[in-house]
Design a binder for this molecule. Structure first.
Ligand SMILES: [Zn+2]
Length: 403
């Protein structure tokens, strides 16, 4: 494989690490809380343009734009490199400046350091490196820097609608849960349910004449908390433990300030589903509710919006994508990567489910106590920067070299 040999010769690990660190810092210094991605999108566009990589904006309703760049003949099959450009809001508890991008004891601090500006820098620099090496044969590489991920995958959904995934063979997302020793080959899903509890109003002084929807809701919440969650010992979560389902009551609303027995109450419940076990959840919930014999009439409905229903997925470890990426991770880290299933839902759930594409996530990240995703003092160890970019370059080139 001539291209790979050339790339190996030209990719100096330390140089790549320095470049990724420099670009990550520039990205962290531009605030890009979700729905406010305009400035960072302009920066990314400008940088890709400066590198001669012909970026274009892709508008995303209610968010800043995403940025798309492609190289290779328009009708060739493509490999997609996808990363999101938005972050969550600044939360309390920061000691370092969340937009300062300072390094301290080997850690780079900043909002989005893990989620996922360093991963984004790796993807951008990998795309640049591939353009310098040149594409093998008739193939195409697509870089997608998407907005709106933290809310509803809006940017990735807009990419799907506007041709960003045209003729895509595989996708690599640059989120590195667990760090560069982990390859995320799947994710749990999320099924959201409304539980509507309809009681009967009565004067508050004669509760025996009504049916109190809130009282029934209380026993239902308790019953939901006692439900048995399934686990799959063949699948490993990012913390190294067997993957299991979880269920959480997210919201409860009902009742009024007047002296009336509450006639209605609504719960919002999420089941984080695991691959192969996402069927029949609604029926299990209904059964648990029946078992607490509520006096109210109860209806459980699966919420089917684009932002609500995430189906779990696994990309098979035997696939070309997982095998090739794993081999290059082993090459650049010296260790066998752990194949994990991410606990949280994300853009790759959509890519796998809506498009049926093989997809993996890989990038700089942290596990254990250092995994401060969506937390103050988010930081990434500088040591691991540069590895992911090299893995993307070699994986993409190897996959593209095959017919
Ligand atoms: Zn993220």
């Amino acid at each position: 494989m001539a291209a790979a040999t050339r790339a190996k010769g030209s990719t100096n690990g330390k140089d790549m690490q320095r470049e990724v660190l420099r670009l990550s810092r520039e990205l962290i210094r531009i605030p890009s809380v979700t729905r406010n991605e305009h400035k960072i999108a302009e920066f990314i566009f400008g940088r890709l343009d400066m590198w001669g990589l012909k970026p274009r904006f892709v508008e995303v309703k209610d968010f800043g734009p995403s940025v798309l760049a492609e190289m290779g003949p328009t009708d060739a099959p493509s490999i997609v490199l996808n990363g999101h450009i938005d972050t969550v809001e600044v939360m309390s508890g920061w000691k370092h400046n969340p937009f300062g991008a300072s390094t301290d004891k080997g850690m780079l601090y900043g909002l989005g350091a893990l989620d996922m500006k360093c991963g984004l820098a790796e993807l951008m620099l990998a795309f640049k490196a591939i353009s310098e090496i040149g594409l093998p044969g008739k193939s195409r590489v697509v870089l997608q820097a998407v907005s709106g991920e933290e809310v509803s995958s809006a940017g990735t959904r807009a990419m799907m609608a506007k041709g960003g995934f045209r003729k895509a063979r595989v996708a690599i997302v640059g989120e590195g849960f667990g760090g560069t020793g982990c390859l995320t080959i799947g994710r749990r899903g999320g099924s959201y349910f409304d539980v509507d509890i309809k009681g009967k109003a009565a004067h508050g002084s004669t509760p025996e004449e009504g049916v109190n929807a809130i009282a029934d809701a209380a026993s239902i919440v308790e019953a939901l908390g006692k439900m048995r969650m399934r686990r799959d010992p063949r699948l490993v979560a990012e913390d190294g433990k067997p993957l299991r389902e979880t269920q959480t009551v997210l919201k409860i609303s009902g009742g009024s300030d007047s002296f009336t027995v509450p006639e209605a109450c609504r719960l919002k419940v999420v089941r984080c589903t695991i691959p192969g076990h996402d069927e029949g959840v609604g029926e299990q919930i209904r059964e648990a509710i029946r078992s607490c014999k509520p006096k109210s009439r109860v209806e459980t409905t699966l919420i089917k919006g684009a932002a609500e229903l995430f189906e779990p997925y696994v990309t098979t470890p035997r696939s070309d994508l997982v095998q090739t990426a794993s081999r290059w991770i082993r090459h650049f880290t010296g260790k066998e990567p752990m194949h994990v299933i991410g606990k949280s839902e994300a853009d790759d759930n959509r890519i796998s489910h809506d498009l049926g594409l093989p997809v993996v996530c890989y990038g700089p990240g942290e596990g254990g106590a250092l995994a401060k995703y969506h937390q103050p003092e988010e930081a990434v160890s500088v040591d691991q920067l540069g590895t992911a970019a090299n893995v993307y370059v070699m994986t993409a080139i190897e996959l593209m070299s095959r017919p």
